[in-house]
Design a protein around this ligand. Structure first.
Ligand code: ADP
Length: 482
């Protein structure tokens, strides 16, 4: 198949979260499965310097954006003989240190930046010589693409009009803007209605994607069910119920070339199911790196997260208050809401021998925390898929997760299956329920044989991308029949 993807982030070029990991791995695996793939993504600050081999195409696009025309260059990087990444170069929009925000505040021109980006994807879909059959877009930043394609086909005719697929990585982020921004789409006003792009008198980019894409997917089966309910539907549950026959939940995979414990330059000591000794050494190295007391007997809990309400960082703070009277250590790597950053910094100040907090984004440290921790905390309020619990499993770090979305789909609690147990689950969204989960972890920690059993199960869990890609190809097939 010939597939063009559109995503506002893709590893290893840009990343703020799981979206980048997913798109990076999807592209690589589709290519290996023999498909021809292109990815369109913005050329953010610093990418060209890090990937000097990219080439500028002799292709300048000039696209309408409201009353103006905006131009952009296209740079291309070969991923393989047949697959490529296309970078949209408009310095005024994308040459910034952050992708979407500065100091935790959204850029005021995000509507312009990503409506233009969506138009650039459509432009490439239409004029690339290899003519993609499927355009697969991700999240609100590219969600206008299906309607833009349909409209162009209707108005101008488009013989090889591609079919579309939208993946929702997180329904909580919808790209909602004041109604005046609708003009930036250059679509007729007829589309600004309850069945189209309007949402409570505002422009809603994700809603447009859900309404007009041929197929819609989200990143775990449980989340696909959850988002059709008022509790998790973020105001779009009725529309999602309407699209249910075209809505698919496909669990993300893990890129085991990136996230592995045997050949990983970020980890000082390799380890595996058969050779587990390195994990203990990685724990001691992590304690030393963080400046915590170096002691293999103290259970170490880790967390790597955006500090946002979704991630349950409030109940995590509450549970830690209760649990830090025990002999434990805790480390957090993350950034986000200034209030949470402050709260975690203060927690570390009050418990200098037990807690280390690193505010920032650090790929290497994230691997070392996954490897060196004994337990991984993921108490999300909701979780479309979640990748860190899957990374934890592969790194033999027992995840403690709330029963929601992809967390429920990937972790097995002892109450579900004694033989296959690989983590600890709790249901209630409270600090008390999480603390109870942490106490179960402490009991497990004192039972080396049982802990070993959990670790073995965890490390053998297989979320490889090959199987995931087969499911996407099926969904593309459904879209092609539309
Ligand atoms: P989300 O996309 O909702 O943030 P996921 O669990 O799906 O959550 O993916 C998060 C990804 O971002 C993981 O690869 C995780 O390791 C990474 N990540 C999050 N915060 C940081 C950080 N501060 N430093 C390094 N990596 C981070």
């Amino acid at each position: 198949m010939k597939i063009l993807l559109g995503s506002s982030e893709i590893h290893p070029y840009s990343k703020t979260g799981g979206l980048a990991d997913m798109v990076g791995a999807l592209v690589k695996t589709l290519d290996r499965a023999g498909h021809q793939v292109g990815v369109v993504t913005p050329l953010y600050w610093g990418i060209r310097e890090r990937f000097p081999q990219m080439k500028k195409l002799d292709w300048q696009m000039d696209l309408p954006l409201g009353p103006n025309y905006v131009s952009a260059d296209v740079w291309v990087l070969d991923l393989s003989k047949k697959s490529k990444v296309y970078f949209i170069d408009h310095p005024g929009f994308y040459q910034r240190a952050g992708l979407y925000q500065k100091n935790s505040i959204d850029f005021p021109d995000n509507a312009e930046r990503f409506i233009f980006f969506s138009k650039a994807i459509v432009h490439l879909a239409r004029y690339l010589p290899w003519q993609p059959e499927i355009v697969h877009v991700h999240d609100w930043q590219a969600a206008l693409v299906p309607i833009l394609i349909q409209h162009q086909a209707l108005r101008e005719g488009w013989e090889t009009q591609p079919r579309t697929c939208l993946t929702i990585h997180n329904l909580a982020y919808q790209g909602v803007f004041p109604p005046a921004q609708f003009a930036l789409t250059n679509l007729p006003l007829d589309y600004f209605n309850l069945h189209g792009l309007e949402f409570h008198a505002k422009l809603n980019c994700l809603k447009a994607g859900i309404a007009y894409a041929d197929t819609v997917t989200t990143v775990s089966p449980r989340y696909a069910r959850e988002i059709t309910t008022p509790e998790y539907g973020c105001g779009l549950d009725a529309l999602l119920r309407k699209r249910q026959s075209s809505l698919f939940g496909i669990l993300n995979g893990v890129d085991y070339e990136e996230w592995n414990t045997t050949k990983n330059s970020y980890l000082p000591h390799p380890f595996s199911v058969r050779n587990p000794a390195g994990k203990q050494k990685d724990k001691l190295a992590l304690q030393a790196e963080l400046g915590l007391p170096v002691d293999s007997n103290i259970p170490l809990f880790g967390s790597i997260t955006r500090l946002a309400d979704q991630k349950g960082v409030d109940i995590q703070l509450g549970a830690l208050e209760e649990m830090l009277s025990s002999q434990i250590q805790f480390t957090l790597l993350g950034s986000g809401s200034p209030e949470y950053e402050k709260a975690y910094r203060e927690l570390a100040k009050r418990h200098p021998t037990k807690v280390r907090v690193r505010i920032g984004f650090d790929q290497g440290l994230s691997h070392r925390i996954e490897a060196g921790s004994d337990f991984y905390l993921m108490p999300s309020r909701f979780e479309p898929c979640g990748l860190n619990q899957m990374y934890s499993l592969r790194y033999g770090t027992i995840p403690i997760v709330r029963v929601t979305g992809g967390l429920d789909d990937t972790v097995v609690d002892i109450s579900e299956d004694t033989e296959k147990a690989n983590g600890i689950k709790f249901t209630e969204y409270t600090a008390r329920a999480l603390a109870k989960g942490m106490r179960k972890a402490l009991v497990l920690y004192k039972e080396p044989k049982l802990l070993q059993h959990y670790r073995k199960n965890a490390m053998s869990a297989d979320f490889s991308w090959e199987r995931v890609v087969e499911q996407y190809v099926k969904v593309y097939g459904v879209a092609l029949k539309h």
